[in-house]
Design a protein around this ligand. Structure first.
Ligand SMILES: C[S@@+](CC[C@H](N)C(=O)[O-])C[C@H]1O[C@@H](n2cnc3c(N)ncnc32)[C@H](O)[C@@H]1O
Length: 339
């Protein structure tokens, strides 16, 4: 299966030089197509599921977001990121690996923000030139990257007052809701008081983003043994920074879906998107795995948009589900593993 962005890349394959860096590609069969044509491919990506699929294809993968030192590429293709603010960061990240002759291309879905690329490029002192338009996607050449100065990407600290507790969260573009507290998450936090009385229980913050749920839980009870996981390497780095700054220990895991382990309590504002598309299968699988990973009498407490069918799914999986809080937009549910 090839996503439209990858199909557009293949339509323009004759433009591409042999030593190629792909930035934030999709999890599809593009690797096989490129390897068949003898490209030397390196992949830089922040999504663990995408990294895993390219890993299987045996290309060079930038582990821990580190590209091989002192390497340069003849061509770079950037898949336009989900968040527009992430583009300058991606450009800064790859800049040390390009030369004046490196060809830089961008591809993206018409609905994913790439239409604003010419303006965005101009503001950065770059020039984006549209070369192709098909499959509801656009293909651009970008010039000037070797000559501009871009700020070094780094985590930024944000101060929030959460239910009377001052929290410092670290984040950067690409991390969920960068710099802002989600309203659903705020509602979930208001229902986590029970964690103050569970001693050194094992707690999982699933799909942790910048780590706000885990950090708040630790401020309620510093003894908690906290694990935090997310599919996004930027989120995991942000969570590590948020917990470390507050002086708390955390085990972080970067992977798609539930991390291995046994937990006494799982808390989450679970995702319902894969990329730009709604994907309820993630939550469905999460509920089943959460039940298997919980100790007896352990709890799963989560918040979700009120229109999602989670109450029914939790009831089917756990045999019990309680509504803890509700607003017009969000509901907090809790299910207990009885046996
Ligand atoms: C709604 S956000 C919640 C973030 C954070 N817990 C908060 O409340 O601010 C959902 C998170 O799920 C992550 N995510 C998306 N798909 C995932 C998957 N398949 N497995 C694990 N995490 C995933 C996203 O990167 C994002 O950080």
């Amino acid at each position: 299966m090839l996503f439209p962005q990858s199909q557009l890349l293949l339509r323009n394959i004759n433009d591409l030089p042999g030593k190629l860096l792909l930035v934030e590609p999709m999890a599809d069969t593009l690797a096989a197509e490129l390897l068949r044509q003898d490209f030397d491919i390196t992949v830089f990506c922040t999504d663990a599921a995408v990294a895993n699929s390219w890993h299987k294809a045996q290309v060079h993968l930038a582990e821990h977001l580190q590209l091989p030192a002192a390497s340069t590429f003849d061509g770079v293709v950037i898949f336009y990121p989900k968040s527009k603010e992430q583009l300058p960061e991606l450009l800064a990240e790859i800049k040390p690996y390009i030369t004046a002759t490196t060809e830089v291309y961008l591809v993206g879905d018409n609905k994913g923000g790439i239409k604003s690329l010419p303006n965005q490029a101009e503001k950065l002192g770059l020039h984006a030139h549209k070369l192709d338009n098909a499959k509801h996607c656009l293909w651009f050449a970008l010039s000037g990257l070797a000559d501009v100065t871009l700020p070094t990407p780094q985590l930024k600290a944000f101060q929030w007052d959460v239910l009377g507790r001052p929290l410092t969260l670290f984040s950067r573009p690409g991390v969920f809701n960068h710099g802002r507290l989600d309203q659903g998450t705020a509602l979930l936090l208001s229902q986590l008081g029970f964690l103050a009385d569970v001693g050194s229980a094992r707690v999982l913050d699933f799909a942790c983003g910048a780590g706000v749920i885990g950090l708040y839980a630790k401020t309620l009870n510093a003894k908690l043994q906290l694990t935090a996981s997310d599919i996004c390497a930027l989120s995991v780095a942000a969570t590590n920074a948020s917990l470390k700054h507050a002086g708390f220990d955390v085990r972080t895991v970067c992977q798609a879906g539930m991390p291995e382990g046994r937990y006494d309590h799982i808390v989450s504002n679970p995702p319902f998107h894969s990329g730009l598309k709604v994907d309820l299968a993630i939550a469905h699988e999460f509920f089943a795995k959460a039940k298997q990973s919980l100790s007896v009498n352990g709890s799963l407490t989560l918040v979700a948009n009120s229109h999602l069918p989670y109450q029914e799914w939790l009831q089917a999986e756990f045999g019990n589900v309680k509504e803890l809080a509700r607003t017009n937009a969000f509901v907090v549910w809790q299910a207990i593993r009885r046996k």
